[in-house]
Design a protein. Sequence first.
Length: 419
Amino acid sequence: MQDLATVWEWLAFAVRWVHVITAMAWIGASFYFIALDLGLKKAPNMPAGASGEEWQVHGGGFYHIQKYMVAPANMPEHLIWHKWQSYTTWLSGAALLAMVYWGGAHLYLIDAQKVDFAVWQAILISGASLTIGWLIYDALCKSKLGEKPTFLMVLLFVLLVVMAWGYDQIFTGRAALLHLGAFTATIMTANVFFIIMPNQRIVVKDLQEGRTPDPKYGKIAKLRSTHNNYLTLPVIFLMLSNHYPLAFATEYNWLIAALVFLMGVTIRHYFNTLHSTGSGPHWTWLATAILFILAMWLSTAALDHDSYEASEARVLTPVEQAYASAEGFEDAASIIPGRCAMCHAREPGYEGILHAPKNVLLETPADIAKNARLIYLHSGVSEAMPPANVSWMEPEERAAIRRWYKNALATGPLLLALD
């Protein structure tokens, strides 16, 4: 019989797998259609209403693609709608956010040294904050600023930087960047759900009822689609940022996130121009390199271990206290620092490790109690840690970790297994 922690981990894996697969489908479709749209060319003898066409070769065959700027004269018999990639990506991402960051709020979401939220407060702010960006952005797009796309993009960038800073003031660094990614992805999916798809439905209905569609609906949808295109690369980085403490666990993580958005713009500008003209502006690669080097510098510009040192004396939460008081904790606490703390330390001693991986610290009893579930899954149930067993953790030591964790479960199995 599998314990709840293992089952929960596999469920999180399944949701993450769905999220990654659907995100690949959404991003792939977005990149393809932007490239296709920019590569369309005028040609003689095109049907009435067609604005451009393109020939492509793939998979042993040729494809002849034509675009109608507003709509064809008649409704086609077969019409494919590109929407479920976006919806499923957002829904699976929201589920994953709830499972990992809400279900493990005291470990991944709440930083008591910033704001000592109750779990329900942190979850409420986490969920509510995702809607703020869409409401502000949508209002800006529907204002007269919608006629000034470049200025609108600048305002969107300012909004994202403000949110990056705000998230970092209240949540852990890891949660701050992840929430910034979710915040941005919510804007992108809301663009599809509330603007792009409804506008396309209006055009389709007009065709079905014999009316000439208004071109403004296509123009509005095109603006939102372009915004999504420029936001895609930063969102990918933010969703993967939890693997890189140098990005999320440093003092200027919010500025690093801002630079990532700018890098996303320079990279997409190169490829969008390439698809449109056949030659991309090479200055964008230099600009991207400079931005990347600046991000690297910011990651170590203000090393400060004071906050880590202060955490050693913090009061344990009830969940952590349950782990710390369980039979076998002393055995585990004597094993883990020696096998794990050369990397998972406030000042790692392992060569090449500047920050504890994923900012997980395993030096003190409080650290071990806080990360009990991770220790159990990665060093008790599996042998993922230490990597390649570089510190020679013995089978008996792994068994001691399992005994301690299971003893702790006896005090509150559901609460602890899902913490």
